[in-house]
Every structure is written in C-alpha cells, then in structure tokens.
Design a protein around this ligand. Structure first.
Ligand code: AMP
Length: 219
C-alpha cells in the first residue's frame, strides 16, 4: 500500500505530478477538484452550490467533500494505494482523514509540498488549456507547453478548453485560500514527520525526479 498526498498552491503542478506518479507506481490518481467538477454538472441544488463555490475560489463544504472522497476510496482500485491531489485542503479535513485511515487500517506514507513562486503559478493558470477528451494539459503562454496547432489537442485533435476558475480574480482568491487554509497543513504534517518539500518551479520532469528520489530513498 502506497499512499501519497500532494499539497500545493494553485498551478504548482499537482495534477501533472499525480498523473506521473499514478503511471510510475500503478495506483490511481484521485483529484477532489475533478470529483467536484463532475458533481458540479448535476442539475441539483448540490451541483449549483459546488459550481458557485469553485468559481469563487472558495473551499467546498468539508462534509460534502469527505462524503464524495470516502465513496471513491472504497473502490477496488484503491487497495494498493492512491495519490490524493487536492485533499486535504485544511486542517479539519486532515483530521477527518486521519480518523478514516485509522478506521480502514491504513496509513499515510508521504505528503509532498510543491513550492512555486506566485508569479509563475499565475502565468500557468492564466494560460492553461485542457483537453476534455484525453486530459492532456497545455499552456498558451509557455513555449514548451503550447499545442502544435492553436487550440487543438496534439494527441486526439479535440478542441482545447479553459477551466471556469482559471481567471485572474479566482486565481487571487484561490491563492489567498491556500495561504489561509491549506498552508497550516505544513505544520500539521511536519509534526508527523511525513512532509517533504519539493521545488516545483523548474520543470515537471525536475519536480518528478525530486519526488521519485524521495520515495526511492525511503521505500
Ligand atoms: P483543484 O482542481 O484541486 O485546483 O480544485 C479546484 C477547486 O475545487 C478549488 O478551488 C475548490 O473550490 C474545490 N476543491 C477541490 N478540492 C477541495 C477540497 N479538498 N475541499 C474543498 N474544496 C475543494
């Protein structure tokens, strides 16, 4: 069982690293942002609530996110481990998660904190383009990450789209939320001796090497 949590400000590359880790260690990538985006399409009160909070850059209610996550973790593919991308987002969620791990007789192995400069994060967010079909992510402002053909996916040729929350106002709000709510998790996991700092401002390959080296040296 290998269980990993990624903590990071918006656009530090959590999703990208989680995908790479998922392939490397053959365990699922669970993104609470993706679970919520999916649930936000429901034409229900819950769906509209989630959509609104995400667009404002706020955190969605702890109990709601926990319910959705617990359901996902009970699926068969999680039995050898998983990578959590975007959860926990505050100390209450981390405490609730610890109780769940205890109940499931599991433990959390690694928490990686991906550090990135705010200006780099902003550029990544504002230029981000996603392929809804195959999940590949591009950036219209970063040369190495541009699609070959404007607005089309290199892999499946689908039209690229922007996330609703990838705009300046929501970025500023999400960054503020990160500093106020998520940063306290650094102390929480440092005390438990499972937090590892990773510089995520160079390249995705470099970030991945740092993570793999840490896991490799501790396995
Ligand atoms: P992400 O895809 O991780 O950047 O998350 C996008 C948005 O989904 C966040 O700005 C929050 O509004 C919401 N979200 C994702 N994960 C959580 C969580 N663990 N708790 C509360 N809200 C979350």
């Amino acid at each position: 069982m290998l269980s990993i949590v990624l903590i990071a400000p918006p656009a530090a590359g959590k999703g990208t690293q989680a995908n790479l880790l998922s392939v490397e260690y053959n365990i699922p990538h669970i993104s609470t942002g993706d679970i919520l985006r999916e649930a936000s399409h429901e034409e229900t009160e819950r769906g509209s609530y989630i959509k609104r909070e995400m667009e404002l850059g706020n955190l969605v209610d702890n109990n709601l996110i926990f319910e959705l996550l617990e359901e996902r973790l009970k699926e068969k593919d999680c039995k050898n481990g998983y990578i959590l991308d975007g959860f926990p987002r505050n100390v209450e969620q981390a405490e609730q998660y610890d109780l769940l791990l205890e109940k499931m007789n599991n433990k959390l192995d690694y928490v990686f904190l991906l550090d990135v400069d705010k200006d780099i994060a902003k550029k990544r967010i504002l230029g981000r383009l996603n392929c809804r079909k195959c999940g590949k992510v591009y950036n219209e402002f970063i040369k190495e990450a541009m699609p070959k053909e404007v607005n089309h996916c290199d892999v499946c040729n689908s039209i690229l789209t922007k996330r609703n929350d990838d705009n300046v106002e929501t970025f500023e709000e999400r960054f503020k939320t990160y500093i106020e709510k998520t940063k306290p998790l650094i102390d929480y996991y440092t005390t438990k001796h499972i937090l590892y700092h990773v510089n995520s401002g160079i390249s995705k390959e470099n970030t991945f090497e740092q993570i793999k080296n840490t896991i490799g040296s501790l396995l």
